[in-house]
Design a protein around this ligand. Structure first.
Ligand SMILES: Nc1ncnc2c1ncn2[C@@H]1O[C@H](COP(=O)(O)OP(=O)(O)OP(=O)(O)O)[C@@H](O)[C@H]1O
Length: 265
């Protein structure tokens, strides 16, 4: 078995280009430029960079929400195209995505029970009694009470909703989780609790995390390695401690310097 949970090679994504319906030339944006990156099994790898650097586009390609222009991805040791052809079940059981806005990511018309039931039924194939048992286990894992099940997303705070979204991602029993700014919509105190929960879940369930963030304080708290993206390229990749203590690339130095809470507290 490969040691990489995710292996990305020369991945590129361009938006626009070509001509519009009326023949006007469309501006091409290269959001991700020939990125190669490995997420090792059991690690938390951060992808950091300012707004527009291509972090979300990279994450969205990994989970099949964007199609790469070129390059390749192995996810859980399998080519992403092969995995996708095997169907949503195979894909969803390999990699899961947690969005930035937890409330928006949960269907407002469904109870939490119904939200958690979908992956348990469609991805794991559990029968009703086992599904009910798993729902309780999942809520317990994210420290939410059983009474959560009969309620609707809008009844929860941002932090609680993110715990539910994490429970939904865990329901698929995928070993690779991609988080796109999972705590940036939350208050700082709540952020710390959710980050602690994520660390705990990773060890407990043997997970691998790809963690997209623009917040270096968050990244330093949770990540093993950090990849720095700048205009669609990875300009530096290093263990978190090394990167924060001794950033090599000029852009990384600027990023670290502009996050004084980390350096000077
Ligand atoms: N669907 C799209 N169509 C056209 N351009 C896009 C699309 N999605 C992203 N882009 C462009 O690609 C570039 C990278 O965007 P992306 O959202 O990946 O960056 P980011 O680092 O995640 O930023 P943010 O933190 O603000 O989400 C930006 O210039 C953006 O405008």
């Amino acid at each position: 078995m490969t040691k990489s949970a995710i292996q990305i090679r020369e991945l590129t994504k361009s938006f626009g280009g070509g001509r519009s319906l009326f023949g006007k030339e469309r501006h091409e944006v290269k959001a991700v430029k020939s990125v190669s990156l490995d997420l090792m099994r059991g690690e938390t790898l951060a992808v950091v960079g300012e707004s527009g650097s291509g972090k979300s586009t990279l994450a969205r390609m990994l989970v099949g929400l964007e199609t790469p222009t070129s390059g390749s991805m192995l996810i859980g040791g399998k080519d992403a195209d092969v995995l996708r052809r095997e169907g949503p079940q195979a894909f969803g059981k390999t990699i899961q995505y947690v969005f930035q806005d937890p409330v928006a990511s949960l269907n407002p018309r469904k109870t939490i029970s119904s939200i958690l039931e979908t992956p348990l039924k469609l991805l794991c194939g559990y029968e009703a009694p086992r599904r009910r048992e798993r729902m309780k286990e999942l809520l317990d894992a994210v420290q939410m009470p059983e009474s959560t099940l009969s309620r609707y997303p809008h009844e929860f705070s941002g932090g609680q909703a993110q715990r539910i979204a994490i429970a939904r991602a865990l329901a698929a029993e995928a070993e690779i989780l991609v988080f796109d700014e999972p705590v940036s919509a939350l208050d700082v105190g709540v952020q710390a609790q959710v980050l602690l929960l994520l660390s705990d879940l990773k060890t407990r369930f043997d997970l691998s995390y790809l963690f997209i963030s623009h917040d270096l304080a968050v990244v330093e708290a949770i990540c093993d390695r950090v990849a720095v993206m700048y205009f669609g390229e990875i300009v530096e990749l290093a263990p978190a401690a090394r990167l924060f203590a001794d950033p090599e690339h000029a852009y990384t130095r600027r990023l670290v310097a502009s996050a004084p809470r980390i350096r000077r507290e």
